[in-house]
Ligand binder design. Structure first.
Ligand code: MN
Length: 502
């Protein structure tokens, strides 16, 4: 993925006031600079942390916020009140702030110096109450923000800070991001529909439709040399079945798949797109459903949604950015088949073809097999299994008056057999708290059959994203209980209706 987190800046801003005198303010500045520098060097925080001068009055706060709003590199702010900073000073700035922000409730020294603590020490280390004053005005102004509590060297606090900076980077990446739709929705499907204008207002990304002929023009322009180069890359990366090797009965279908991949990639690159959708009901001019091509483009960082699912395509892109450089894959996914054995109920996640290669536990098998729907030639696909361990499924739905995110925490398990006849990539998981409750909760919440599945991110990342976007977030995990969830959903109906105003 063509992305360097260090290109993104988070500004570290410290609040104080003039009351303390120059010497104290200088000390506040030195302490803040040291914290900012330390955060910038920590491996948990992938972005650049930039120290900004200590803020002591409303005018300079507002000026700094206006600068942050227009600075393309600045993806968000970390705010901290080392001393007391009367919060009315912050109203002008916070009213104007358009970037995500994190309130870091920390203190310069971790421990109280029991033997030496005096009134000077007390006057300088005031975040315990300074940050509460600041917290109040944020709550009074109904501001969405992330709060992290802990010493600035505390591993848990650093992990939370780092995760939030990844989400803020994904948010910035989404502003103006272009998603291409080839064809429209799969006919009559409800959940993949939605209000693209509302999504653009809420999330910042742009979804536009393209004719298949726009794409086939690129596919037709692909040279034999490009196809050959891709085939060599496949041979170096995957275990090819007999029938797709040179001279094999399906070799020509693999060649066609390579042609589609090169054309699709060129279309996306030239247009500056960050995600795309396909629809197997509209493949005019393409000889096969893009399977392998989509799997490889997802691995390269593109968002994808099948059957016209632009919401999942954009969400996948965002989660790919959050997960960049972390261990574990992230993919478009569909709940496919159940194993309803009471001794261990499971969900088998897969799709017709399009599961991202980043999930593969071992070297994927590259094969061509009949698709049995769609009436096109046999498509190429990578076949693999995801490794065991924790994961999440995230689904974004449009409820008509708002968006809701539904997340389920899951545990991926090893399939009890090799599934030798299953011709697609697969993930077998145990949804939390168990299949019965998880599926009932998911269905009550209106979660889609499509989702973004990841083994790189915990649910907190998606929660932070929803907080920045200002949308409803429903978590299904070990603690979920149906009666309580129903109540939460009903409260959400009221809250989001009122919070939106007219
Ligand atoms: Mn589907």
């Amino acid at each position: 993925m063509d992305l360097n987190f260090k290109d993104f800046e988070v500004w570290f801003v410290t609040g104080s006031q003039h009351l303390y005198g120059e010497a104290a303010l200088q000390q506040v500045g030195e302490d803040a600079r040291r914290i900012a520098q330390s955060l910038n060097e920590r491996p948990e925080i992938p972005v650049t942390v930039v120290y900004k001068p200590v803020m002591t009055d409303g005018d300079s706060i507002r000026r700094l916020i206006l600068e942050a709003n227009v600075d393309e590199r600045c993806i968000g702010l970390i705010l901290w009140m080392h001393t007391f900073s009367p919060a009315r000073m912050w109203i002008g700035g916070l009213s104007a702030l358009r970037k995500p922000y994190l309130h870091f409730h920390t203190q310069y020294y971790r421990d109280i110096p029991w033997d030496t603590i005096d009134m000077d020490y007390m006057n300088l280390h005031q975040s315990a109450h300074g940050d509460r004053e600041f917290g109040f005005i944020n709550t009074r102004m109904r501001k969405n923000r992330k709060i992290v509590v802990g010493h600035w060297e505390d591993p848990q606090a650093l992990e939370a800070l780092g995760a939030w900076t990844r989400v803020a980077a994904a948010w910035q990446d989404g502003q103006g991001a272009k998603i291409a739709r080839f064809g429209d929705n799969m006919r009559d499907v409800a959940v993949t529909e939605g209000d693209k204008v509302a999504a653009q207002i809420q999330f910042g990304y742009v979804v536009n439709g393209y004719s298949l002929s726009d794409l086939t023009a690129y596919v037709d322009a692909v040279t034999e040399a490009q196809v050959k180069a891709l085939l060599e890359e496949y041979e170096g990366s995957y275990a090819l079945t007999e029938r797709v090797r040179p001279g094999g009965e399906f070799r020509e279908y693999l060649e066609e798949s390579a042609r589609i991949e090169a054309g699709l990639r060129a279309f996306l690159q030239e247009g500056g797109f960050k995600g795309f959708t396909t629809s197997f009901e509209d493949l005019t001019g393409l000889r096969q459903l893009p399977g392998l091509a989509v799997q490889r483009l997802m691995k390269a960082g593109y968002g994808f949604g099948a059957e016209g699912d632009w919401k999942t395509a954009a969400l996948l892109r965002a989660m790919k950015v959050m997960a960049h450089g972390l261990e574990g894959g992230t993919s478009f996914m569909e709940d496919y088949v159940y194993h309803l054995d009471p001794a261990g109920s499971r969900i088998l996640g897969a799709h017709m073809l399009e599961v991202c290669e980043s999930l593969a536990k071992d070297k994927p098998v590259l094969d061509v097999q009949p698709l049995s729907i769609g009436g096109k030639e046999n498509p190429a696909r990578l076949i693999f299994t995801a490794p065991k361990g924790p994961g999440i499924c995230a689904s974004l739905i449009d409820l008509g008056n708002r968006f809701r995110m539904v997340v389920n925490e899951v545990e991926v398990v090893d399939p009890p057999a090799d599934l030798p006849k299953l011709p697609v990539a697969r993930v077998l998981w145990d949804p939390k708290p168990n299949l019965k409750v998880a599926a009932e909760a998911w269905i009550l919440a209106g979660g889609a059959h499509h989702s973004v599945f990841t083994q790189a991110l915990g649910s907190q990342y998606v929660e932070d994203y929803c907080e920045i976007a200002g949308i409803e977030y429903v978590l299904i995990n070990e603690e979920t209980e149906i009666r309580q969830l129903k109540q939460e959903l009903r409260l959400g109906e009221i809250y989001y209706h009122l919070a939106k105003g007219i």
